[in-house]
Design a protein around this ligand. Structure first.
Ligand code: APR
Ligand code: ZN
Length: 246
């Protein structure tokens, strides 16, 4: 049987399919991945620009990188892959998306059940007084960095920096989903950043079938992946959706 047909059958006959997504799913929306030759981290060393200690020491320097990230993220639109996962949820074949991405594109595409493991780019937080400000272009563009209107401290995006813990509730919800699923679609992630990267391993520990969609092999491929679909997420997910409709 054709691999796409087999994977579509697996999803259709599953009890609880979920997706675990990474930056690769948003590349076709114009947002660069983090790793690899075109990766964001090849331009900005994450230790220097995406670690909470760097932010606290030099917010102006980190906001230089953040403005560039917000520039691409705020104008990005959902691509075929996001829409395919929204369609799967609508058809009742996909229960939840656990995403490492902060771009909000799964929700814009229509997915209702999304767990944002690394937060999202909708809010800026004041670490001193706890105030939350909605992200607006003029706020992002404030030099040298956006400040809290209440206490004048630097504002930080509501995303998880390296060196920061994942909120307990988010981690618990994601782990529960991973334990509940019998099929997990692992899409566009290099699988190297923990604790997020543990999610597919948890699913496997509970005997889920792992369907990996990626250009390249990852640490999952030869350890827990049952179906490795090599290529562009948009092309692969479209072929799977096509099988549902045929
Ligand atoms: N289709 C499928 N896979 C793709 C595509 C595509 N069009 N484009 C890129 N990829 C794959 C790459 O081969 C790579 O394996 O997506 C993966 C992207 O990996 P990373 O850039 O490391 O992104 P991710 O795994 O999400 O990073 C995890 O690291 O820096 C932190 O917080 C950041 O959430 C991020 C975390
Ligand atoms: Zn404040």
């Amino acid at each position: 049987m054709d691999l796409y047909k087999e994977v579509a059958e697996l999803i259709k006959t599953s009890n609880y399919t979920i997706a675990f997504t990474g930056a690769g799913i948003s590349v076709e929306s114009g947002i660069p991945p983090f790793r690899g030759s075109q990766g964001f981290w090849s331009k900005y060393d994450p230790e220097e620009f995406a670690h909470i200690e760097s932010f606290l020491k030099n917010p102006a320097k980190v906001w230089k990188m953040l403005r560039e990230m917000f520039e691409v993220v705020l104008k990005a639109k959902p691509n075929v892959s996001h829409k395919a996962l929204a369609e799967m949820e609508k058809l009742g074949y996909l229960k939840t998306v656990i995403t490492q991405n902060i771009d909000g594109l799964h929700q814009s595409a229509g997915n209702k059940n999304v767990i944002e493991f690394h937060g999202n780019c909708k809010w800026l937080l004041c670490l001193d007084c706890g105030r939350k400000e909605a992200v607006k272009k003029e706020l992002i563009e404030t030099l040298p960095y956006p400040v809290c209107p209440k206490c004048k401290s630097p504002l930080k995006p509501d995303v998880i920096f390296f060196g920061e813990p994942i909120p307990f509730e988010v981690r618990k919800k994601a782990k529960n989903e991973a334990k509940k699923c019998d099929v997990m679609l692992v899409i566009g992630t290099s699988g190297v950043v923990f604790p997020a990267a543990e999610i597919p391993y948890l699913a496997k520990l509970n005997n889920a079938k792992i369907v990996e969609i990626n250009f390249e092999e990852t640490p999952y491929t030869h350890s827990i992946t049952d179906y490795f679909l090599r290529g562009k997420a948009s092309e692969i997910l479209s072929k799977i959706i096509f099988q549902f409709e045929s």
